[in-house]
Write a protein that binds this ligand. Structure first.
Ligand SMILES: [Zn+2]
Length: 164
């Protein structure tokens, strides 16, 4: 297989990229200056080497704590629970939420065999007591992907009971 076929095949595996677009991207890169393609390649490698889960909320970060957890101006008594780290970016764009987050790392879906043990629920429960959390907002999306998350506010004690 040629390197053109290999790269086109890799692009085509990305979400929303069909075979035609993949081929166009490959040919586009060949027309760019070599150093620009090198920057893209370096960024891809660095992405996987440096990005990790925040020790506290599991948001994506390059530090032990993400920028939100490390920000003393955020209200640590409110935790907004989201399914994926990407959901944080869309809530932050709205600019109204001042609390902290917790990333579950997936959707609770008993039918697909995804139970509480597969998601970061244990670390969430572990935060509730010591961090003096007074409100948990479940911003999970039960229906379509890409739709704005539905918000559901619950008492921390209610959450603890639900998973005990
Ligand atoms: Zn964090």
């Amino acid at each position: 297989m040629s390197i053109i076929d290999t790269l086109t095949g890799e692009f085509a595996r990305l979400p929303g990229v069909g075979r035609k677009t993949a081929l166009r991207l490959t040919y586009h890169l060949l027309k760019q200056p070599a150093e620009q393609t090198k920057r893209l390649a370096d960024a891809l490698v660095a992405l996987r080497e440096r990005v990790r889960a925040c020790d506290r909320c599991r948001n994506l970060t390059e530090m032990p704590l993400c920028a939100l957890c490390a920000d003393p101006r955020r209200d640590a008594t409110i935790i907004c629970v989201v399914e994926e780290a990407a959901d944080i970016a869309s809530i932050e764009r709205a600019g109204e939420f001042r609390g902290l987050y917790h990333v579950l790392g997936g959707r609770l879906s008993p039918l697909d065999g995804v139970g509480p043990d597969d998601l970061a629920i244990e670390p969430l429960l572990a935060r509730i007591g010591p961090e003096a959390v007074r409100e948990v907002i479940l911003a999970t999306n039960p229906s379509l992907e890409g739709e704005a998350p539905t918000e559901h506010v619950i008492e921390p004690a209610e959450l603890t009971r639900a998973f005990d």
